[in-house]
Write a protein that binds this ligand. Sequence first.
Ligand SMILES: Nc1nc2c(ncn2[C@@H]2O[C@H](COP(=O)(O)OP(=O)(O)OP(=O)(O)O)[C@@H](O)[C@H]2O)c(=O)[nH]1
Length: 390
Amino acid sequence: MAFFSKLKDRLFKSSSKIEQGLDAIVEDGGVEEAVTATQPDPVIPQPDPEPQPVPELPDTPEMPEPQPVDPTPAPMPPEAPQPIDPAPPAEAGTGRGLLGRLFARPGGATVVRRTLDDDMLEQLEELLIAADMGVDTALRVTANMAEGRIGRKLSTQEIKALLAQEITRIMEPVARPMPLYPKRPQVVLVVGVNGSGKTTTIGKLASQFKAAGKKVVIAAGDTFRAAAVEQLQVWGDRAGVPVLTAPEGSDPASLAFDAMTRAQEDGADLLLIDTAGRLQNRADLMEELAKIVRVIRKKDDTAPHNTLLVLDATTGQNAISQVETFQKLADVSGLVMTKLDGTAKGGILVSLADRFGLPIHAIGVGEQIDDLAPFDPEDFAAALTGFERG
Ligand SMILES: Nc1nc2c(ncn2[C@@H]2O[C@H](COP(=O)(O)OP(=O)(O)OP(=O)(O)O)[C@@H](O)[C@H]2O)c(=O)[nH]1
């Protein structure tokens, strides 16, 4: 679980924010109690004559469907192994592991607990909204967490466990590695606003796919900025992958077409196409992206096979409008969230998952070539809430 501690360290700002807020909420009206090893579990509903919802059931009406519709082309089945998810999250999301481990622990001397009521719920909602979870998602998470528990006394650690469980449940359906297809070349179009981390992510992906034995070609589709092309060449060198370029100012759609030809001739497995960063409100740049897609389809009408939207986690709620805009224009098939290290806005991932259900293929947790990791919902939820797992 080495990556978990790395993620946890790097998500420190998010988790410390939620953690401090939780401490303050619980202490506001909480009561210090002695803890004994045999103390009855205050969180898991005790046998009760009233019908109580079972916390682990995934089919509460407010929850999104467990599996988002797979937006990837249907006729090509995924092929194993998939390099950016070497270890699928075992038993993630059942929640039993989290709670079981928590309550199996012998207690300390005392613990502060506060009775869960409407006031406390409101404070929890505000805390989650402040962590960039968005209003709707924050309300859903707190409502699910509170179901069957109003009137019960909860400690900070118990609330963290419950929040982590709810967040895991929302994130599980979207934690999916980028699908690989037998199609050659598999065309991966990488889009996003300026500075979101597209170039860096392409470098990291190229390195991982190459290490997994794939023949990779990169196309430097940001023909407007010579610096962007140079940066991509540096990443290509690091990853040991060729980078196809075109003269500054030339048509990126034409480069994409040439890159398709070259990748086909070379028998490449993957063609990763970088694109210029574009703001959602620049209609001309958005039209240019649509042109790239049209041109690629002249060579292969099933391409691009993946359209990855790279989002900078530090932009918080603005990521929502980025997804909406790019979805309309480029048929986004999956997300990569960058810069999760050192942001206090990690809650945006929960909001995105809850709202769009788009697969999160990977997360960026640093600027180095190996700082791209598969998205593990249980690790993420624990890191975000500051929940200490056993
Ligand atoms: N801390 C951190 N920095 C990152 C991460 N991913 C990218 N960056 C940094 O973000 C900055 C922008 O990254 P780029 O890859 O150049 O972004 P881009 O989307 O290609 O940018 P444009 O070419 O302007 O559209 C660089 O300084 C990267 O080092 C990440 O996961 N964590």
